[in-house]
Design a protein around this ligand. Sequence first.
Ligand SMILES: *Cc1c(COP(=O)(O)O)cnc(C)c1O
Length: 384
Amino acid sequence: MIATSFLEISAKAYRQNIRYIRSEIGPKPTISAVVKGNAYGHGIAEMVQIAEKAGIRHFSAFSSDEAWLVKHNSSKNSEIMILGMLYHEELEALIKAEISFYVFDFERLEKTVEVSKKIGKAAKIHIELETGFHRTGFEWEEREKLVQFLQKTKEHVILEGLCTHYAGAESVSNFVRVKNQISVYYRFKDYLSENHIFFNRYHTACSAATLIFPETIMDMVRIGIAGYGFWPTKETYFAKLKDLSKTNKNPLRRLISWKSQIMSLKKVKMGEFVGYGNSFMALKNMKLAIVPVGYGHGYSRLLSNSGQVLIGGQHCQVVGTVTMNAIAVNITQLKNVQVGDEVVLIGKQKSKEITVASFSESTQQVNYELLTRLPKDIPRKIIP
Ligand SMILES: *Cc1c(COP(=O)(O)O)cnc(C)c1O
């Protein structure tokens, strides 16, 4: 089977991003590569391979299905951590496979201990603290019960981590909220230490926290978006610009390129409409290229009459509506265009480039969303 488009994933760009993050955090902390959301759309199998070659030995998945995918594609000595969803029925298999997971309430804690006892193997757990994100995590009010429980069940759990997640470290407007979260985390950590409960790793930082709040780095950082070469927000980038002025270069490199080819060519006369409805009328005689990528492939309908692609090293605009499987682009200005010519949806062609940022600004999606919406079945090709 040959797909209508494909994604290229640059291993070299990833190595550069990891080098940059390493330079920010120093030699000691572990980098956990966050590969939830099909590795932010890059493909879990491909990213595990690329990351291990770049020296990464720790992976974070959202759910157990993703964790198993990492397991099947990783080397024996890589650690795997689940940040979110798992079913109680899976605990036995996860504990046996030494996949660690977040525990954020007493129900999961009790079930975990129950299964550990039954199979005679201690579970590797990360205790998640509620510090202000208000999604998951143990509350400060639950601290005494938590301590009692952990002291009582010491031989059934390995306390791999004490963790939390920040609500909006990527924006200065959340500065106070994040600072508060950091202090709540430390208050909780101190309380647990005073009660002789210690963890192998203390970890709290996502990409934005790592880059903007260095005090959150601790023993491990959980790096998602920056590893894939994107700043969590423009603000994060601006906040780092001063440090970066020495080299005058953005240290993060996009891994992903999205390419297709021209399926067919079409001439349209002045006054004719293109595609469904009447959203685009040709104001002069035009030449169009039909590209076999549509909203069913993750190319947002919001790009109707506004998206751009690269053909022959030139920007060409989408005309008419994005349909399920195809777009039409204006190539009137180009010469010698042929069926089969390369079309770049994201990435470089000759001296021109279409970035995910420009793409997601025009679709009002943030980088994260655009990437994770790229369908799993578009083939991914690793470029060394
Ligand atoms: C997604 C996620 C991360 C990574 O976030 P980025 O902003 O992509 O670096 C880290 N920690 C947790 C708990 C997450 O859910």
